[in-house]
Design a binder for this molecule. Structure first.
Ligand SMILES: *Cc1c(COP(=O)(O)O)cnc(C)c1O
Length: 356
């Protein structure tokens, strides 16, 4: 037997979440967002689980080309656009749609010979101040693009900074978008996962769900269960050693956990080199033999310790769920002071992945 850690990807959960999103945004098409190796779930695995997806959004060109080569025929959108004129040519060659967010993109589009005209997504900065042209310039930008022989179609695109926070919401950015774009009557894509659930008015022609597809809640104030999202990844391992402690004994590096009574602890074959967050403190929830327990002391590179004192049938080899179908990744992320996005993306290469 090999080291007992594995990540299991649940195809049925991906399908369920995609369909739930489609019911939330019934008039829009949906790009399943599969950047960063599909948030750690595996691009090919997620595409195979979602043959019904209207399209895919990604930002790694090589991965996009690989999908085309494997016969994926749906629209594929590159969210950060092309990084050189040569990449633009490859986008045209493989029929990849791409974002235009920077003046030099216009230059490349005007100056580069492309195999066929391309579908571009004109990214507008409506207030996030990350990527995009000023929304106030949209009319002249659209005119410029539509006059180019290389351009087959233009779709407007913007991204919200606070769609997940009810206090700030999208009002300012949505107002800005409408002020400059409403009269143009053009196809658009605005909504990430949070906006799909919270703001039906911005569904437009295409929505762009990422995190919800993978079964994590886009909101700090609403659980995945409340939204009926199903976990698409379970990270599990086993207890590989058991130790008995006396009051005053310590656990792990830095001796940061000190037993205040006799305790039984378990050592789990999972550490930060597997993608478990090193900052998960004592008390972070973890399931042992199906029962809720807690992490104790510092997470090491290859191991972490858990409290077995009150878990009757927790012996060596007992199954441990780090996160997944029975323990929400959102609870682990919250305890570790981060978000589920980061945990999913950090799953290490050495963790074997299996689909079920
Ligand atoms: C990552 C990303 C998304 C998906 O966001 P989620 O919060 O994961 O739903 C949508 N649009 C763009 C431009 C992105 O970069």
């Amino acid at each position: 037997m090999s080291r007992p850690i594995e990540a299991v990807i649940h195809s049925a959960a991906l399908k369920h979440n995609y369909q739930l999103i489609k019911r939330q945004a019934p008039t829009a098409k949906a790009f399943a967002v599969i950047k960063a190796n599909a948030y750690g779930h595996g691009v090919e695995r997620v595409c195979a689980a979602l043959p019904e997806a209207d399209g895919f959004a990604i930002l790694e060109l090589d991965a996009a080309i690989a999908l085309r080569t494997q016969g994926i025929t749906q629209p594929i959108l590159l969210l950060e656009g092309a990084f050189s004129p040569l990449e633009m040519q490859r986008c045209a060659q493989y029929q990849l749609m791409f974002a235009i967010h920077e003046p030099r993109h216009l230059q490349w589009l005007a100056d580069t010979e492309l195999e066929r005209p391309v579908d571009v997504f004109l990214k507008l900065n409506t207030g996030m101040n990350r990527l995009g042209f000023p929304a106030a310039d949209v009319t002249s930008l659209v005119a410029q693009l539509q006059a180019m022989a290389n351009v087959a179609s233009v779709t407007l695109m913007t991204h919200f900074a606070t769609a997940d926070e009810p206090e700030q919401g999208i009002a300012k950015q949505w107002g800005n978008f409408q002020q400059h774009c409403a009269d143009l009557n053009m196809p658009a894509t605005l909504a990430n996962s949070a906006a799909i659930f919270a703001y039906p008015e911005v569904h437009a022609q295409w929505v762009r769900p990422g995190i919800a597809l993978y079964g994590s809640s886009p909101f700090a104030h609403r659980s995945a269960q409340e939204l009926d999202l199903h976990a698409a990844m379970t990270l599990r391992s086993r207890i590989i050693a058991v130790q008995s402690l006396q009051a005053g004994d310590t656990v792990g590096y830095g001796a940061s956990f000190i037993a205040d009574r006799a305790m039984k602890i378990g050592v789990v074959a999972c550490g930060y080199a597997d993608g478990y967050p090193r900052h998960a403190p004592t008390g972070t929830p973890i399931l042992v033999a199906g029962q809720l327990s807690r992490v104790l002391g510092r997470v090491s590179m290859d191991m972490l310790c858990v409290d077995l004192t009150d878990i009757a049938d927790a012996q060596i080899d007992a199954e441990v769920e780090l996160w997944g179908q029975r323990l929400s990744i959102d609870l682990v992320a919250q305890a570790a002071g981060t978000i589920a996005y980061e945990l999913m993306c950090a799953i290490a290469n050495r963790v074997p992945v299996r689909t079920n």
